[in-house]
Design a protein around this ligand. Structure first.
Ligand code: SAM
Length: 201
C-alpha cells in the first residue's frame, strides 16, 4: 500500500509542482502565495541587497528561508543551488564565490530556468549557469561541489532519500550542505489534505 502510494506520488506530484512554479515564473503578480521581495526581507535577506536587484529577479522569489545565512561560501568555490527558481540565491552566491568560482542552479520547471537565465544576463554575471533537470539526476560528477544549498525544494520531492543521496554523491568530502525548508511538526488536517495544491503554502 505504502509502496503504491509512493509510486503514485512520484508520478503525479512533479507535474503539479511544475505547473505551479511555471505560473510563479511567468505571472508572479497573479499568485496569492507568499512570494516576492517583501517575503525575502521578512525571511532575513538583506533589504538593501534585495532592493538593489532588478524586480525580475526578486518578484518570482518563492523561498521559505535564507539558506545563504546558514552556510559559509568562500571565493573560488563551486556551489550548487538546488531548485534554483528565478535565481535569487544563485545570484547572491555568485557574488560570494567571485569570478574564480562558479554557481550551478538546477530546476525542473523550464519557465523558471528561462527566467533565471534572463535574470543572470540582466545583472551581468558570467559565473552562473542554470540547467533544467531534476534533483534526482544532478549534472555534476562525483565529489566536485564545495557547497550545496536549497530553498523550499525538499518538501516538494516525493523521494527524499534518493534526492539526498544524489546531493551527497556530488559533494566533495567535507563539502557543506544547507537546507531551508518547511517541516511538518504535527499531523495535517483532512481539510488541508483535501485542498489540492495546499502543500507548502
Ligand atoms: C519553493 S520554489 C523555490 C525556488 C527558489 N529556490 C527560490 O528561493 O525562489 C521550489 C523550486 O524547486 C523546483 N523543484 C521542485 N521539485 C524539484 C525537483 N525534483 N528537481 C528540481 N527542481 C525542483 C521548482 O520548480 C521550484 O522552482
Amino acid at each position: 500500500m505504502i509502496g503504491r502510494l509512493r509510486r503514485l506520488m512520484e508520478r503525479v506530484v512533479p507535474g503539479m509542482v511544475r505547473e505551479r512554479f511555471a505560473r510563479i515564473a511567468t505571472h508572479p503578480g497573479r499568485d496569492q502565495r507568499r512570494i516576492g521581495p517583501a517575503v525575502a526581507k521578512e525571511l532575513g535577506y538583506d533589504a538593501d541587497e534585495i532592493d538593489r536587484l532588478p524586480a525580475s529577479v526578486t518578484e518570482s522569489f518563492a523561498g521559505v528561508g535564507c539558506p545563504l545565512s546558514l552556510v559559509e561560501i568562500r571565493p573560488g568555490e563551486t556551489v550548487l543551488d538546488l531548485g534554483s527558481g528565478a535565481g535569487l540565491d544563485s545570484i547572491l552566491a555568485a557574488g560570494k564565490v567571485g569570478p574564480s568560482g562558479r554557481v550551478l542552479g538546477i530546476d525542473f520547471t523550464p519557465e523558471m530556468i528561462e527566467r533565471a537565465r534572463r535574470n543572470v544576463a540582466a545583472v551581468g554575471l558570467a559565473n552562473v549557469t542554470f540547467i533544467d533537470c531534476s534533483i534526482e539526476t544532478l549534472p555534476a560528477a562525483n565529489e566536485t561541489v564545495d557547497v550545496a544549498f536549497c530553498n523550499g525544494l525538499f518538501n516538494l520531492c516525493p523521494d527524499k532519500p534518493r534526492a539526498l543521496a544524489e546531493v551527497y554523491r556530488v559533494l566533495k568530502p567535507g563539502g557543506r550542505f544547507a537546507i531551508a525548508d518547511v517541516l511538518l511538526e504535527d499531523s495535517v488536517s483532512p481539510e488541508v489534505v483535501a485542498r489540492k495544491g495546499a502543500w507548502s503554502d
